[in-house]
Write a protein that binds this ligand. Sequence first.
Ligand SMILES: NC(=O)C1=CN([C@@H]2O[C@H](COP(=O)(O)OP(=O)(O)OC[C@H]3O[C@@H](n4cnc5c(N)ncnc54)[C@H](OP(=O)(O)O)[C@@H]3O)[C@@H](O)[C@H]2O)C=CC1
Ligand SMILES: O=C(O)CCC(=O)C(=O)O
Length: 460
Amino acid sequence: MKRINTIVDAKAEIEKLKNPNCAEDDIFFQAMEEVLLSIFPLFKSDEVYSKNAKNAVIRRLITPDRVIKFKVVWMDDNNEVQVNTGYRVQFNNALGPYKGGLRFHPSVNEGILKFLGFEQILKNALTGLPLGGAKGGSDFDPKGKSDFEVMKFCKAFMRELYKHIGPRIDVPAGDIGVGGREIGYLFGEYKRMTSAFEGVLTGKPFFFGGSLMRPEATGYGVVYFTRKMLELDGKESLEGKVCTVSGSGNVALHAIEKLQQLGANPVTCTDSKGMIYDARGLDLALLKELKFVRRTSLEEYAKVHPEAAYTPVSEYPEGAHAVWDIPCYAAFPCATQNELNKKDAENLVKNGCVSVSEGANMPSTTEAIDLMLKNKICLAPAKAANAGGVAVSGFEMSQNAAMQRWSFAKVDVKLQETMEEICENVASTAKEFGVEGNYVVGANIAGFKRVADAMIAEGV
Ligand SMILES: NC(=O)C1=CN([C@@H]2O[C@H](COP(=O)(O)OP(=O)(O)OC[C@H]3O[C@@H](n4cnc5c(N)ncnc54)[C@H](OP(=O)(O)O)[C@@H]3O)[C@@H](O)[C@H]2O)C=CC1
Ligand SMILES: O=C(O)CCC(=O)C(=O)O
C-alpha cells in the first residue's frame, strides 16, 4: 500500500475504499473522511504514523472487526408475525471490550451503524478508559408500539445477540430508541438465555446493577464540556445566556436540565415532527412527562403553554432547520446526524452564536463544520462532547465488576473530571499540532493516536 504522506494521498485512499454501489455507506465515509483528513498533521509530524504503510493502521482501523447481521422475528399484539433486521458492528477492540449503544429506528442500516461504530472507537479512546468501539441496533420502530410489543421485540433481538456479547467481549448500551425500559427487557432475556447475572449491558435500571447518573450522563457531560471549553477559550460562562437545543430525548432533556441548573436559559427543543420555542424558558417537568412517560409529540407542549411557539417540520424555512435560526449564545444539537447544515451554520454565525456543542453523533454536516470553524465558533465535536455517556457506562462496568454501587455525587464528580480532562486533552492536542482552538482536529488526533498506538503495539 502506498504511504499516506500527503493530503492528496489521504483523499485518494478514501476514494479507493468507497463503493459507488452502496449508498448506505455514504454516511460512514462522511465520518471517516472527517477523521482521516483532519489527522493529517499527525502523519506529517510523526514517523510512526507516516510510516503506517507497514502497520496499515488506517486500513485496519476503518475496517470493522466483524459485522453481525441477524433476523429478528416477533409477534405483534394482533398475533401477526413481524420480521426485522438486527445488527452489531464490532468495530475495534484494541483498547478494551467492544462498547457502544444500540439504536432502534426505522432508518437503521449497516452504513449508519458503521459510521456510529467508527466514531465510537475514537470517542471511547478519548475517555481514557479501556473500551473498544462498537454499535448495533435494528430497523425496528418503537414509535406507536405497545409496551408489550417493545418487550417482545427486545427479547427476540437478544435471543440472537446474546451469542456475540459478554462483559469482557462486547457491552452494548442505549442510543436512539433504546433507553432504560429496553435495556431492562434486553438484560432480562440475556439472563434467561445464559443464567448469568453480569454486567453485559450498561444503562441498566438501578436494581439490575445500573449506575446512578447514567441516564443523565450524556446530556450533563455535554454541558460540562462546554463550560470548560468556554473557560479555556476566555469566553463568558453560560450563566444567564440563551441557549438553543435540538432533540427532546435522553441527551437533549438532560442537557436542558444541566443548563437550567447552571443558570442558562435553554429556549428550544425539537422532535421528528417539529420545534418548540419558549422564550420564557422551557418547562422541563412537562417535557419529561411528554417524552419519557407519555412518549408523545412536542405539539402537546404548546397546548399546555400557548405562549410558546410550535413550528411543525413542514413550516421550517427552506433548506434550514428552524431551531438554528433562533438567536443564541450557545447551541446544542442533540437529536440526530446531519441535523445542522451549512445554511443553519450561516444562521448561527449571523446571530452571533459563540459555541456549538454536539450532543448527537455527527449532527453537523461537513460544510457546516468548515463554516463554523472558519467563523471561529467554538465547536465541540461529538466524539469529545458527548463522551460522558459512555464514560459513565465505563463506570457502570467498574461497579458491576467490583459488586459496588457508587453514589450519585461520586459519579457526578467523576463525570465532571472526565469531561474536563477530555476538553483539556483535546485543546492541548490542537495547540501542539498548530491549530489552537480547533477542537475537531484536536479530538480526532488525540483519539486516533491512542487507538493507533495500541494497534501498533499488539502487532498484526
Ligand atoms: N443516549 C446516549 O447516552 C447517547 C446518545 N448519543 C447520541 O445523541 C443523539 C440522541 O440520542 P438519544 O437522546 O439517546 O435518543 P432518544 O431516542 O432518547 O431521542 C432522540 C431525539 O431525537 C429526535 N430524532 C431522532 N431521529 C430524528 C430524525 N431523523 N429527525 C428528527 N429528529 C429525530 C427524536 O424525536 P422523536 O421523539 O420524534 O422520535 C428525539 O427527540 C443521537 O445522535 C445519539 O447517537 C450520543 C452519546 C450517548
Ligand atoms: O454507553 C455506551 O456504551 C454507548 C453510548 C453511545 O452509544 C454513544 O456514545 O454514542
